[in-house]
Design a binder for this molecule. Sequence first.
Ligand code: G3H
Length: 478
Amino acid sequence: DGDVYKYYAEGEWKKSSSGKTVSIINPTTRKPQYKVQACTQEEVNKVMDTAKGAQKSWAKTPLWKRAELLHRAAAILKEHKAPIAECLVKEIAKPAKDSVTEVVRSGDLISYCAEDGVRILGEGKFLVSDSFPGNERNKYCLSSKVPLGVVLAIPPFNYPVNLAVSKVAPALIAGNAIVLKPPTQGAVAALHMVHCFHLAGFPKGLINCVTGKGSEIGDFLTMHPGVNCISFTGGDTGIAISKKAGMIPLQMELGGKDACIVLADADLDLAAANIVKGGFSYSGQRCTAVKVVLVMESVADTLVGKVNAKVSKLTVGPPEEDCDITSVVSESSANFIEGLVMDAKEKGATFCQEYKREGNLIWPLLLDHVRPDMRIAWEEPFGPVLPVIRITSVEEGIHHCNASNFGLQGSVFTKDINKAMLISDAMETGTVQINSAPARGPDHFPFQDPLLQQIFMVIDLCWPYRSHYTLPKNIINF
Ligand code: G3H
């Protein structure tokens, strides 16, 4: 009933003294696929101690050497993309091709961090005191960047490799040690990724990966005095972590309810293609998935028709066969999605397809005429179900977007670049994509939680009018 994997500490693969394991259920077969160690609190204590020790000498290791090891890990990871991708297929039912892409993209990100780190970390400041009132030129200030210490990295199930390396690689290049707590679904892919770092030859104890039950080691890890920074990607757990963690920097990327505003002048074929890609890739289990379409009533029938035509072409089935729609990660997730669908049904949403579910597999579903009193208008299904709200003014769309608790990304479809810019500016989200689906990548682009309210706009290079469009002077420097 599944291969048993060890955890990684002090540069070695170890069995937990608990004698217990945690089962990883294959979302497709709903049978145990793998088992990982149920680490104990004592083991976490030991890991924290050794990480701290290893970090001290790592911080003194020249940057170019740190970068060299990261480049080596990236190469090893990419070399082993096939077996790691296979774990993703089995553990989180990610379609086969997307699984390979996740691993390759992760290797590229590690290399990028190595390159970027070498250039950025040398920056420092030199200040002279006489620029502040009342001071003579008799004091100099030198500042430089120093590592934080031990970084606790907690990635989510949907990108257990990529969102692990997006924490691990920057932390390492900056001279920190890592304690990685992978999600249970995805833990084995993450352990394989850690093995690539092991093979690259990083110092013992610098990188650690503990697995186990959240109830046993979750709070213990996040409240551990040995942790100097937490980088977490996931859902509401992030809120709980932020309340419990001590006086340490927290970096959180939580949920999203990315709104896609479609204006009457939009290229509706382009919008439909992006809505389907954005809403249904990896069965909607992406924080940046399109999670609500806000379309002008005058073009809603046409848009919905075009989206439906594309939805009918999505393949549904096992990830091994590279189907577009695969089982959602767990039974509880499928039940939650079903709850949102049933609520919308009771309240009168139009079902563009018949609701169909077998085990954890939910067929793609577009819900039209969704109204604000329905849960799906606001909640994040993290599944292949997409609500459409018809609007009669742009303001209504912006209002809905800004009334949401989430605001990770958003998108706007229009041929009028001036309107696109103004709407993007009005949308209170971390990023706005113009004429393109929300997405985190390329991975070196800024990506952050909405609470910071920094607006970042991405114009799709495929913008069909861009080549012969002159931006007005007042917005050319955005
Ligand atoms: O699920 C959250 C991820 O950060 C989304 O990444 O836009 O590359 O799918 P993605």
